[in-house]
Write a protein that binds this ligand. Sequence first.
Ligand code: UDP
Length: 253
Amino acid sequence: MARRKKIYEGKAKILYEGPEPGTIVQYFKDDATAFNAEKKDVIEGKGVLNNRLSEFFMAGLTAIGVPNHFLKRLNMREQLVRSCEIVPLEVIVRNYAAGSMSKRLGIEEGTQLPRPIIEYCLKDDALGDPLVSEEHIAAFGWASQQDMDDILSLALRVNDYMSGVMYAVGIRLVDFKIEVGRVYDGDFQRLIVADEISPDSCRLWDIETGRKLDKDVFRRDLGSLTDAYTEVAQRLGVMPKGATGMMKPTLIN
Ligand code: UDP
């Protein structure tokens, strides 16, 4: 196969130039990082699971009319996505207090919030993705007021969709992060959901037991990350029940 041009390599994914202009191949690695890459490991099968799960969520969003970058899955680790200009913000939606919000505000993890709370972090690894306000975003021109309105609407629609999909399989969507990108249709620009939606970027707790089924398993050394993600995939019907590990032939395409 002809060598593809690598556009970018991040902590969990590699982006290659796609076959058509305006497309990108997104390759999901097995690398796991936490605490701004201070903790690192290779978790066999994680990339395969996240490729499938992100496909599942993005395709579901497309089906209900929430624009996003997903075009099609290519193979076990790769998907074709629409290229876009990533807005340099991490958009976090929280339904229950956890993680950095619990620490910052002294709210016990698991406390239900009075309504979904949206936070923005500047995408800047060197600074550790600091929390920023809409004032900062407007003053420094990271996004326009129209962008912020669209981001809020996208984030809340993704939240409703993801909360419902997860609730149906006995999982609580505690919080999640999305990224958005700009695409141009003729003279118009609009925002779409980009990057990935997977247990790497969500907090997912079993409703009955509270067991964590997301990247906190890795961050907090709570057991096998692959088992947790496999459980999410199986409950959603993305992976056949009874399949263990990620090397099952049933997963090839
Ligand atoms: N998150 C993410 N990438 C980041 C930071 C956060 O995907 O760089 C997700 C994280 O998995 C969680 C939510 O955003 O679902 C809120 O994370 P939080 O601010 O609590 O940060 P953390 O406790 O993970 O440092």
